[in-house]
Structures are given as C-alpha cells and as structure tokens.
Design a protein around this ligand. Structure first.
Ligand code: NAP
Length: 316
C-alpha cells in the first residue's frame, strides 16, 4: 500500500455508500473521493442546510456525481431510527458505511437519550446505526463498515465500565479517549461476529492522524477556553495534514481490495501524517472480553440487538 492515494480507489459504479458527518472535514473528503469514483453517496448530516451546501460544493467539482443528503443526528436515537427507516426503504443495498461523525472534548452534556455526549454520539449512535442498517449490509456482498477512531484511544487504559457515562467524574479529553477506544472495540467485535456468522461483510477501523478539520476549532468554541484555542492555532498549521490526506486511511479501509476486516489503518509517519498503513492499536483496544462486554451494554442501552448475528444463527 505504499503511497496509496484516492486515485487508487477502484471504480465504485453501482455502489451505495453512507457517510456520517459528511458535511465537514474527513466525511466531506470521503464523500468527494468516492463521488469522483462514481459511487452513489448518501451524505448524512445533522443539519440539512450544511449537508446541501457540502453536496453543492462536491457537484461543482464532480458535476455528474449522484448524491443524496439525508438528516441524521447521532446524539438522538429517534433520529438514528428515522434515518435507518428512510434509508432502508429507499435503497436496496449498502456497500460501505463510514461511521465517521464525531465530537471531541466537549463540555459535559448529554444526548437526547441521556448518554454522555461523546460516548453517546461517537460510539452509541454509530452502534445503533450500524445495527439498524445491518440487514442491508449483510445482503450486499463484500460490504464494509469503517469506524473512524483516533490516536486518542491511546490516552486511556481501558473502558471505564464503572462510570460509562462519566457521572462520577468528567474529563473532556478522557471521555473523548473512551469513545474512540469504544470505536475500535466495536469495529473488532463486529468483525468477529460477521466472520463467525459466515458473512462476507467486514468491519475495520481507521484514524486520520492529526488533520486540519473543524474538529479542533469546534472544540475550542464549545469550551470557550482561550488556552486551548491558542494551542490549536499554533499546533495545527505545523503538525497537521490536510483533511484530504486525513481521509485516506478510512478510504483505504473502505475500498482497497487489500484492506482486511479487524484491522486498524492510520497515517504512516508517526501515526500523525502520511499515506495509509496498517497500525497496531493498544492492547486495551484488542481486549476481546471488553469488546464483548461493551457490545452487550451498548445493545442494552440502545435497544438495537443485532439479531441477525446471534450465535444461534450460525448453526442454522
Ligand atoms: N481531525 C483530526 O485530527 C482527527 C483526529 C482523530 C480522529 N478524528 C475523527 O475524525 C472524525 C471526523 O472528524 P473531523 O476531523 O472531520 O471533524 P469535523 O470537521 O468537525 O467533522 C465532524 C462531523 O461530525 C458531525 N457531527 C458532530 N456531532 C454529530 C451528531 N450528533 N450527529 C451527526 N453528526 C455529528 C459534524 O457535524 P456539524 O458540522 O454539524 O458539527 C461534522 O459533520 C471524528 O470521528 C473524529 O473523532 C479526527
């Protein structure tokens, strides 16, 4: 995969692709790159206006792109269910699902369902979404689910099952690290279940290194912390790569014939920038017991139970 770029994405004609948080940053770049390769792209956005603006920007560059903009707020399970219902009735296949949307280090707050905002949006929202789209993924040969994690998963030593919603103590960046660790545990558990059930669908994780998107400025806006804003304004121009480069690991995971289920892809240079390469996540991210435990809790919290992947189905 040396120096793999978006030009290496195989032709995507006939494929239907869903990207969460597609109006901005890495999600936008993922949509643009896949539209250039003739995919039918479903750009989800929590704001239809922002989604339509992003769609118009892509159409300026790829005039014959076929793009659908659909509303999806991952911080609200009712919205996730509404989106899934609309998608499932509109489309008869789903080739790639990019669980990309995310918030970082926001002040303590809750989703519509009362979950801690980062765990609820970044992990539980995507857990519910993937489960509700699973029948379409399973009936589409060789489909893929790509979960976008972060180097921040390395900042926590494991999932804090005693305080999943950070009710006892809240640290903005620890909660972000927890949610990004949950992304990899989810991706790996999903892949194990897919393999065990004999499905051709695969699940992989990716991260963009440090990429110049709206993530950091949104974080500083939300916290109102002038030190944080100053740090990002110094750090980002020096250390970060473009959002187009940052999107490559997830595009590689979603489209390369060489990408494998259960793997984690990130930028080659110090995990910060460069072309995609396979990377080893932390031992905590590879902990199968924690992955299974998190899965069971997530199913309980969201009410999305992945019935198609129950072990009982394997014997049938
Ligand atoms: N940029 C980096 O350096 C970096 C590093 C590591 C990991 N990541 C990960 O990369 C992913 C993409 O982030 P980005 O860097 O591209 O940041 P971004 O430009 O801020 O894009 C984030 C996207 O997620 C959407 N989003 C936020 N909350 C949502 C919700 N409740 N429901 C639906 N969509 C929601 C945002 O919508 P709005 O536009 O409406 O806010 C936006 O479209 C995230 O998962 C992030 O954790 C980024």
């Amino acid at each position: 995969m040396a120096n793999w770029t978006a030009n290496d994405i195989p032709d995507q004609t006939g494929k239907v692709i869903v990207i969460t948080g597609a109006n901005s940053g890495l999600g936008y770049e993922t949509a643009l790159a896949l539209a250039r390769k003739n995919a039918h792209v479903v750009m989800t956005s929590r704001s239809i206006q922002k989604g339509e603006k992003a769609r118009a920007d892509i159409l300026k560059q790829v005039p014959n792109a076929t793009i659908d903009v659909m509303q999806l707020d991952l911080a609200n399970l009712a919205s996730v269910r509404e989106f899934a219902q609309a998608f499932n009735s509109r489309y008869d296949r789903l080739d790639q699902l990019y669980n990309n949307a995310g918030v970082m280090a926001v002040p303590q707050s809750q989703t519509a369902d009362g979950f801690e905002m980062q765990f609820g949006t970044n992990h539980l929202g995507h857990f519910a979404l993937t489960g509700l789209l699973l029948p379409k993924l399973l009936s589409t040969p060789n489909s893929r689910v790509v979960s976008v994690s972060s180097g921040a998963h390395r900042t926590v030593s494991g999932i804090n099952f005693d305080d999943l919603m950070s009710e006892k103590s809240y640290s903005r960046y620890v909660a972000y690290g927890q949610s990004k660790l949950a992304n990899i545990l989810f991706a790996n558990e999903l892949n194990r279940l897919l393999v065990a059930n004999g499905s051709s669908t695969r699940s992989m994780a990716a991260h963009p290194g440090l990429s110049n998107t709206n993530l950091q400025s949104n974080t500083a806006d939300a916290s109102g912390n002038v030190f944080e804003r100053a740090l990002y304004s110094v750090l980002m121009p020096v250390m970060s790569q473009s959002q187009a480069m940052g999107a490559l690991p997830q595009l590689y995971a979603g489209t390369s014939p060489q990408a494998e289920g259960g793997k984690y892809y990130g930028p080659s240079f110090m995990s910060m920038r460069g072309y995609p390469k396979e990377e080893k996540p932390t031992d905590a991210a590879l902990n199968e017991r924690d992955a299974a435990r998190l899965w069971a809790i997530s199913a309980d919290l969201t009410g999305v139970t992945y019935d198609e992947l129950q072990p009982a189905m394997v014997a049938v």
